[in-house]
Ligand binder design. Structure first.
Ligand SMILES: [Mn+2]
Length: 334
């Protein structure tokens, strides 16, 4: 029974908590938000009330419960329990990290293979699971926790976000079985797919055009790098979510093995998103770039305290090493 024991242990710990905080990493994605809000909804059935931290981008602000999500800076200083969903404690904002460290129950529910288990009282990590939402679904199915249309919609958002609408190689027969069960709750799956995966602001379209126009090929055209400088972001008025999905478009260029999108931040930080067609494990590249980096084999990210040019050089260097490691026999023969 997948997740049965882990869910039961965590649910027991949360049932005894007065104040519970559910959170994803900074800049939560569809899987993280879906998992947080679905868990909030299921806990509330038993009278366990919780806060969710991490404001959603505009793609996700329609989700049931999204209007009550707290800004990271508005969380209480003290909670009995803090659960991190779809990411690890190393990627929390400072205020949420402080609440996490002070909590008696420190949980994680996650499917990132790079996540380490230390620092939690309740660690439920399945590095091969398709999404955090699918982990919750499987555990709730095993524990006879019923779906309702709200929970179904929230889990569906996570499922389509992490599988690209059931297209990525992480999609399994169980993912489709889950989707069938969620659709039986009467959710508007076509509208959810359009909203989460395709809908964008006009600005997002224009910025994607700029990124694609100026993206540069490296390493025998196997690496394609796009960037969003502070200047470009200001010129277009880029907001969170506007550049989502662009890095995926880059990796589908023929001959490209790895794509990278570099987002420069005001804080002097560069956020790096990486995608791989499959040969290169970009979770390892992300970890090599930065101790806080990580993710999945085909989709990962890291942040560097540096400028855009240095970040780009670092990406090229580490991807070059990863590509070189793929052909040891060839290299030896030369
Ligand atoms: Mn996920």
């Amino acid at each position: 029974m997948v997740g049965h024991a882990q869910w039961s242990a965590l649910a027991t710990a949360l049932a005894g908590a007065n104040r519970v905080l559910l959170t994803g990493p900074v800049g939560p994605d569809g899987d993280s938000l879906g998992a947080c809000l679905a868990l909030q909804s299921v806990l509330a059935r038993d009278g366990v009330m919780s806060d969710v931290a991490g404001l959603p981008g505009y793609r996700f602000d329609f989700m049931p419960g999204a209007d009550a999500i707290l800004d990271d800076n508005d969380v209480r200083p003290v909670y009995d329990a803090v659960v991190v969903l779809d990411g690890d404690r190393h990627r929390l904002s400072p205020t949420v990290e402080a609440a996490f460290s002070a909590a008696t129950v420190r949980g994680i529910i996650d499917h990132h293979s790079s996540t380490k288990l230390d620092g939690y009282t309740h660690a439920w990590v399945e590095g091969t699971a398709t999404s955090t939402c699918e982990m919750l679904y499987a555990a709730w199915l095993a524990c006879d926790i019923a779906l309702d249309p709200t929970v179904a919609e929230l889990l569906y958002v996570g499922a389509i976000f992490d599988t690209g609408g059931f297209r990525y190689s992480n999609t399994t027969p169980d993912t489709h079985l889950m989707a069938a069960a969620l659709l039986k709750q009467g959710i508007d799956h076509a509208a959810l797919n359009a909203r989460v995966l395709m809908s964008r602001r006009e600005t997002a379209l224009r910025v994607a055009g700029e990124i694609m126009r100026y993206a540069t090929l490296h390493l025998d055209d196997q690496l394609l790098v796009g960037d969003v400088s502070n200047a470009l972001a200001k010129q277009f008025g880029v907001v969170s979510g506007d550049t989502e999905g662009v890095v995926d478009s880059l990796v589908y260029v023929q001959g490209v093995e790895v794509s990278a999108l570099l987002n420069e931040r005001d804080s002097g930080e560069v956020k790096i998103s990486l995608r791989s067609k499959g040969a290169v494990n970009v979770a390892r590249v992300a970890q090599a770039l930065s101790p806080g980096g990580g993710g999945h084999a085909k989709a990962a990210g890291a942040s560097l305290q540096t400028d855009l040019a240095s970040a780009k050089r670092a990406v090229i260097e580490h991807v070059s090493q990863a590509l070189a490691a793929l052909q040891p026999a060839e290299a030896l023969a030369k």
